[in-house]
Design a protein around this ligand. Structure first.
Ligand code: 1PR
Length: 597
């Protein structure tokens, strides 16, 4: 594949010289007429380069939330006439370069950057500026910045993808990052660029994850960030705003000093959603997966409205919000328009990652129309999801994989991760503890119990279930986790039916078993009833995140209290970062500022 050349490894030069140089050597980009002074943009307008390879709805929402109007790029000329350009690279490096080369957009992008016009690349939008990438490659990049993008090295046990809130270490003053030192921002990626002597003029901040990698670059008006400002809460919105307004002064005063130093453990709020008996979509919560009241008409427990609660948890400091459509296995998710609408509305005001699960599988509707799981997931992504969570279908996929030893390429995990990346695919496991007298009783991995079972059993294995716990399957949680990691899952959401809704703490033995077995992040779930349960799970297991539902729905413990407790126990977490309300942003209520131990 031929990459669009763009040798801008020097201070921005005259636009005309650069244009002349390129128009001579470029065959793929012949139609662009440069009207250097022409601009059809309004002052509150931002041009977005979205080549349609993935979900940029979150970014659109964030830009609109900040009061800006979006103009889309349809042709290379739209880039050249932009006043400010945002490039949220999505998908794989090679596929993105192919689109940029074939459409002439890459050449226009290089010319735009060469003119030192306001530019913000995000995630892959940063990586594409480098010489090349090893992702399915080597593949040539735009060549603006010297260096090769490579994969994080997981051979020494590093969990890859790098998912979560990590701390930036600014290495030079960059307008858009001004004031964010000591704060966490949200990353999700498996590939990274490394700092070097050749690119040191560009690097504006570093981040540590097994090694120091480039978290942002800046030169003149050209900026790019590896993290996702649109998913980094108020700090991210402040960065975006600095870029859009071309000034850092307006938002500086609202950020309190932070003390972030490394990857934070995440606290996730989960909303189990389903239609109640009246047909309204409600947030519900079960006890060991039973979501019906035990009195009266045994109605579905109603704990609130999904969009409202998601917005509240964002403001309260949740690091992510998950929606699980718990009856999705029965229905066709794309027929569940209210659920898609919930996602659309929630994503307009929630600027941390949103995960959605329930019913993701290949499906043939009543008219005989076949939908692949990829189509189902794509609709969720288009509606505002950043990640999808697969439950029942992942169990069937893992069983087949363990039986045949062959990756068919057709499972939902493989289909979706191929297009959207591993980091976009969460596998949700619903295991139930099965007590046994001896490990020889089953072929699945078992554990020696700290406390014997009801009949004195000393061991247990964790049987995976499907359809919301209704059906047990011949596969253990340990075996499933390892299989789905091989198939391409980027993260595991580890529930436990026995502990769900009990408020007695996470199943530490289960979480340790699984989080020691895989090299992808594990989210501990089920059983949180007190702040101590969160510190226990992080101190005793390798979980990257802890999810809870009932404790938050019933207002028993605020998210902020969980985080303050974790800080006290030496666990780094992201703290809210605004000290006073700025437009509709969450208000900061930190105890002792955004501190970490
Ligand atoms: O199988 O792909 O259709 O996905 C269905 C999804 O819905 C799965 O992720 C499955 O975990 C979830 N689900 C199905 N039935 C239920 C149920 O409760 N009856 N909920 C259900 C799963 C577990 C967590 C819960 C934690 C924390 N609930 O979501 O939020 O246990 O609760 P707690 O903090 O109150 O203890 P598919």
């Amino acid at each position: 594949m031929e990459a669009a050349p763009c040798a801008v490894s020097r201070p921005p030069s005259s636009a005309t010289a650069a244009v002349r140089k390129r128009s001579k050597r470029s065959s793929s980009f012949t139609k662009v007429r440069v009207t250097a002074s022409a601009s059809s943009q309004q002052s509150n307008s931002v041009t977005l380069l979205d080549y349609g390879a993935g979900n940029v709805r979150s970014l659109r929402n964030a830009i609109r939330h900040l009061g800006f109007h979006i103009t889309d790029v349809h042709k290379p000329e739209d880039i050249l006439t932009a006043d400010r350009l945002v490039f949220p690279g999505v998908g794989a490096f090679g596929a993105a370069m192919q689109v940029l080369n074939q459409t002439g957009l890459g050449e226009a992008l290089c010319m735009y950057i060469d003119k030192d016009k306001p530019f913000l690349g995000i995630c892959l939008g940063l990586q594409l500026l480098f010489d090349s990438s090893e992702e399915n490659g080597p593949v040539k990049g735009l060549g603006v910045i010297p260096g090769t993008v490579g994969r994080f090295d997981s051979t020494q046990g590093l969990i890859v993808p790098h998912i979560g809130w990590n701390a930036l270490q600014p290495v030079k003053d960059s307008g858009i990052l001004h004031g964010i030192e000591g704060h966490h921002v949200y990353f999700v990626h498996s590939y990274r660029a490394l700092p070097s002597e050749d690119n040191k003029d560009w690097v504006s901040s570093l981040c540590y994850y097994g090694e120091s990698f480039v978290s942002s670059v800046s030169r003149g008006n050209v900026n790019a960030v590896q993290f996702h400002p649109e998913k980094s809460g108020a700090v991210g919105l402040s960065i975006l705003q600095n870029f859009l307004r071309q000034s850092s002064s307006s938002s500086l005063k609202t950020l309190v000093p932070g003390k972030a130093s490394k990857l934070a453990k995440r606290v996730i709020a989960c909303l189990d959603v389903r239609a109640n008996d009246k047909g309204d979509l409600v947030v519900t919560k079960g006890d060991q997966y039973d979501v019906r009241e035990t009195t009266g008409d045994n109605e579905v427990r109603n704990l609130g409205k999904p969009v409202e609660l998601a917005g509240q948890y964002y403001k309260d400091g949740a690091d992510e919000v998950s929606f699980l459509n718990i009856t999705g296995f029965r229905d066709f998710p794309l027929g569940d328009l209210p659920m898609l609408e919930v996602l659309r509305c929630a994503s307009e005001n929630v600027f941390v990652p949103l995960t959605v699960g329930g019913g993701i599988r290949d499906f043939t509707d009543a008219n005989g129309r076949y939908y692949s799981s990829l189509e189902v997931a794509s609709e969720y992504f288009r509606s505002g999801a950043d990640k999808v969570s697969i439950g029942s279908d992942a169990v069937f996929a893992a069983e087949e994989y363990l039986l045949t030893g062959v990756k068919s390429g057709k499972t939902s995990i493989e289909q979706i991760s191929r297009v959207y990346g591993n980091q976009a695919v969460v596998v949700s496991i619903d295991p139930r503890r099965v007590f046994i007298k001896s490990p020889d009783e089953v072929k699945f991995k078992s554990i020696k119990l700290m406390k014997p079972g009801p009949n004195g059993e000393e061991y247990a294995w964790y049987q995976c279930t499907v359809k919301g716990g209704r059906e047990g399957r011949p596969i253990g949680a340990y075996e499933l986790a390892k299989a789905v990691e091989h198939l391409g899952a980027g993260e595991i959401l580890l529930n436990c039916i026995d502990c769900d809704g009990q408020g007695e703490g996470y199943d530490i033995e289960l979480i340790k078993l699984v989080s020691d077995a895989v090299r992808i992040p594990v989210i501990a779930s089920s059983g949180a009833g007190a702040v101590e349960h969160f510190s226990e799970v992080f101190q005793k297991t390798n979980a990257s995140a802890a999810l809870a539902a009932g404790i938050f729905h019933r207002n028993e413990v605020p998210i902020q209290s969980v985080k303050e407790h974790l800080l006290d126990r030496g666990v780094e977490v992201r703290m809210l970062s605004m000290e006073k309300t700025q437009s509709n942003q969450p208000e900061m209520a930190p105890r002792g500022a955004a501190a970490v131990v």
